[in-house]
Design a protein around this ligand. Structure first.
Ligand SMILES: *[C@@H]1O[C@H](CO)[C@@H](O)[C@H](O)[C@H]1NC(C)=O
Ligand SMILES: *[C@@H]1O[C@H](CO)[C@@H](O)[C@H](O)[C@H]1NC(C)=O
Ligand SMILES: *[C@@H]1O[C@H](CO)[C@@H](O)[C@H](O)[C@H]1NC(C)=O
Ligand SMILES: *[C@@H]1O[C@H](CO)[C@@H](O)[C@H](O)[C@H]1NC(C)=O
Ligand SMILES: *[C@@H]1O[C@H](CO)[C@@H](O)[C@H](O)[C@H]1NC(C)=O
Ligand SMILES: *[C@@H]1O[C@H](CO)[C@@H](O)[C@H](O)[C@H]1NC(C)=O
Ligand SMILES: *[C@@H]1O[C@H](CO)[C@@H](O)[C@H](O)[C@H]1NC(C)=O
Length: 721
């Protein structure tokens, strides 16, 4: 039956303004594989379908010279055609010298991005490919907000950024999709080469291969507008609770953050809040981004550093009695924070600082039972963060501190830096300590705490000095091909940094750093590198499959959970927080006291009415056998107070992240044949007539006309719209 072709001819002819559509192939674009709309407090960014950017003739941009066709709008190739184009562009051609041409083109409907076969190495020096700006998180920088620096004064990412403001902060007129399915990509390429490549004499003619796509956003403007409307809608919803779902238009970007407390926080009766401890927070971020959400894995932006923190945590877990004893004596504690949404103006750390200020961290006080004493801002002495581990030039690392705060009491920080130096040296790396002018902290989670408290000190360990050497931070292309030498060097760096985290932590809590305390399991580092970085998905390696123990697919089956992504959105729909949560429980959980617990049910019973500890029925990644692990680890959704409906309205200021995203509707990509307009009317009339003739005959559509891929059963079966 070819009824559907007739139907599409009618619908298409009426709907699509001047296009005679004969859809012969529909491609499904997964959620997260297209550019959509995001907002900060004052601006909107991203992509939106309009009447002008939906349909276009497919063209290819395969090399840099092809961009000049954007100026001439390919007119010499397609003289009879005056419409718009969908350009197929490999992601590595999105560069400084091409972005303005893409942005300003008058004839582009959209861009179909795909992975090129070009391999990228971590030390590849020529391509500036970061989707972040010259100054990551410039507007939420402590020094800028404190008036000690101008906006974007220190340009850490200026070697790598494609545009000074960052691609994430661009308002596109065109639409954008990313296609990674090779079958789908082949169909588009073949459609192009069959109909749109010029013949030998350089000429082309109808019919052309066209493409249509729509990504419709429900919200527009900026997050302030959206937030206000959302609140009103929520009120309406409350008045009419029977009406079904609230008509949500946009939502705050948010995701899970993970906090792990190796040594117990004092639990106090509810009326006692006087107990005080001191803390060093070991921090690392979980998120990175690119213009197309699902595609940003963030190897160097996040994953390598997270592995070094995990390795340090595991080592601490192995010697936990020593650490507990030292903490008990010194009243100083280490805890781990994996922040999410940091690349979008510090969503995770900003919210944490807010909650600490309100005595709500790590959990809100409860009147009815004993609670964990809250970690307060004034108890937080240090934020130790690691960044961009694995891409050092040579064997050198840097430590960054805030000069003003350092000068108030140098000795403890000096001691910590000495220990970091010794940790790195023990693995053959050098440390350059801060001096002179270089005494301001690069973009990092510390800025959130610095804004909230004038005492908390920063210690940032990273392989860069005044500018990032790695040019693909927060980018689609932060996904490297590591040679075995590069991999070995990266593993050594991770190990060295993990050692210095342990050495610095031991110094802080007053534990003697010896071979046991500062010993990092190199095999674990190598395994995690293979599992989180080399593998295509989080659960592709044996170690992670054992750690999973069949839990993952029970929890999640949606599309987003099957992609390796570290992007955050208004829905917590990526697997990474869960993966990291399990790894943290593996690193710090203990079954010493629960060896007699033999079932999931009795394990979860132990956790009831517990303030501090959670009990998780989880397999060992080495043996695969389950046990009941006791730990003090929370996975916590954090919504920036600026856009959190449960915090007061006056919090909508620039101190906290204001990123929101629009609810969107993503439609399929349709490939169709474009005929010239005289033919269009003929076809329309024909199709109307054929429809009137009770839709029996399909006049022109012999099968061979429409099927590009002969071997494709889907094309033959046809999936209209
Ligand atoms: C929103 O982004 C724009 C463009 O980067 C910037 O100029 C503006 O300051 C940002 N607004 C806030 C509140 O961060
Ligand atoms: C990459 O693709 C181009 C054309 O698509 C081809 O000429 C080139 O040989 C390929 N390179 C590799 C390394 O496969
Ligand atoms: C900036 O921070 C310093 C040190 O915390 C403080 O003394 C000063 O008042 C702050 N300046 C402004 C304008 O907030
Ligand atoms: C695209 O698919 C290939 C193979 O199917 C896979 O190796 C790669 O990780 C995918 N890339 C992304 C960005 O999803
Ligand atoms: C690509 O998409 C087709 C459907 O269009 C699907 O059958 C196939 O499994 C997909 N391939 C991959 C590698 O995901
Ligand atoms: C506060 O705690 C003490 C014991 O620590 C108890 O004796 C006292 O009754 C409590 N006060 C209130 C108001 O519950
Ligand atoms: C901490 O030390 C005190 C004595 O100084 C002891 O009573 C207490 O049990 C110790 N606590 C832990 C958790 O080791």
């Amino acid at each position: 039956m070819k009824l559907w072709i007739v139907l599409i001819l009618i619908i298409g002819g009426v709907q699509c303004d001047g296009f005679s559509d004969q859809v012969f192939k529909t491609l499904n674009i997964g959620e997260g594989n297209a550019c959509y709309r995001t907002f900060n407090k004052t601006h909107e960014f991203g992509c939106q379908a309009t009447k002008d950017n939906e349909n276009g003739l497919i063209v290819r941009i395969d090399k840099h010279e092809d961009f000049k066709n954007l100026d001439s709008c390919w007119r010499s190739f397609y003289p009879p055609y005056s419409g718009k184009f969908w350009a197929m562009v490999p992601v590595d051609l999105i560069r400084r010298d091409s972005i303005s041409m893409l942005k300003s083109s008058e004839c582009l409907a959209g861009i179909v991005l795909y992975n090129s076969n070009q391999s990228m190495h971590p030390d590849e020096k020529t391509t500036a490919a970061s989707h972040d700006g010259d100054c990551p998180n410039a507007a939420s920088d402590y020094y800028f907000q404190n008036d000690t620096e101008a906006y974007c004064e220190r340009k850490f990412n200026s070697r790598g950024s494609i545009t000074p403001d960052g691609l994430m902060r661009m308002d596109w007129r065109v639409q954008m999709i990313f296609i990674n399915n090779s079958t789908d990509l082949d169909v588009i390429k073949r459609c192009y080469s069959m109909f749109n490549t010029p013949r030998e004499d350089g000429s082309t003619g109808y019919p052309y291969c066209g493409m249509s796509f729509r990504m419709t956003n429900m919200a527009a403007g900026n997050s302030e507008i959206c937030y206000r409307r959302g609140k009103n809608d929520a009120k309406l919803f409350q008045m009419n609770i029977d009406s079904g779902d609230a008509p949500q238009l946009c939502g705050a970007m948010h995701s899970d953050n993970i906090f792990a407390f190796p040594t117990p926080i004092p639990t106090t009766p509810f009326n006692d809040t006087h107990h005080s401890s001191k803390y060093m927070m070991v921090a690392s971020r979980m998120d990175s981004f690119g213009m197309i959400p699902e595609v940003s894995v963030g190897e160097v932006s996040v994953l390598t550093s997270i592995i070094s923190v995990l390795a340090a945590a595991r080592s601490m877990g192995d010697n936990i009695e020593k650490w507990k004893k030292a903490s008990n004596v010194s009243n100083r504690n280490i805890f781990f924070s994996f922040f999410n949404g940091e690349s979008l103006d510090y969503i995770g750390s900003g919210t944490t600082a807010y909650q600490m200020g309100k005595g709500m961290f790590p959990q809100s006080l409860r009147e009815d039972r004993a609670h964990i004493h809250p970690v307060l801002l004034e108890e937080l002495e240090y934020v130790l963060e690691v960044q961009q581990v694995g891409v050092a030039e040579g064997r050198k690392y840097y430590v960054h501190i805030d000069g003003d705060r350092y000068d108030q009491d140098r000795t403890p920080t000096d001691k910590i830096m000495d220990k970091i130096e010794r940790g790195l040296r023990s693995h053959g790396f050098d440390l350059e300590k801060p001096s002179g002018s270089q005494r301001k902290v690069p973009p990092s989670s510390w800025h959130s705490f610095a804004k909230a408290d004038s005492k908390v000190k920063a210690v940032l360990i990273a392989p860069f000095k005044e500018e990032y050497d790695y040019k693909r931070i927060n980018s689609i292309l932060d996904k490297n091909q590591w040679t075995s030498d590069e991999k070995e060097k990266a593993v050594q760096e991770i190990e060295a940094v993990a050692t210095s985290i342990l050495a610095a932590s031991a110094e802080y809590v007053g534990l003697e750093t010896d071979d046991v305390v500062a010993k990092v399991d190199k095999k674990l580092v190598t395994t995690l590198f293979e599992c989180l970085i080399t593998s295509n998905f989080w659960f592709d390696c044996d170690f992670m499959q054992k750690l999973d123990g069949g839990r993952y697919h029970k929890l999640f089956d949606s599309y987003g959970f099957n992609e390796k992504s570290t992007y955050i959105s208004m829905e917590t729909h990526t697997a990474f927080p869960t993966v990291l949560h399990w790894l943290t429980i593996f690193a710090l959980g203990s079954d010493k006291e629960t060896l007699n617990v033999k079932s999931e049910k009795s394990c979860s019973h132990l956790g009831q009415f517990q303030a501090m500890y959670t009990y998780t029925w989880q397999p060992s990644p080495y043996t695969g056998s389950f046990s009941c692990l006791k730990s003090a680890i929370v996975k916590k959704v954090m919504v920036s107070p600026a856009v959190d409906p449960s915090t007061p309205e006056e919090e909508m200021n620039t101190r906290y992240s204001t990123w929101m995203e629009s609810v969107y509707i993503i439609e399929n990509v349709n490939l169709y044949l474009m005929e010239d307009s005289s033919f269009e009317y003929t076809m329309l009339i024909i199709s109307v007539i054929s429809a009137l003739l009770s839709m029996i005959a399909v006049i022109r559509c012999s099968e061979a006309t429409f099927i590009v891929d002969e071997g494709e059963p889907a094309a033959e079966g046809g999936e209209p719209l």
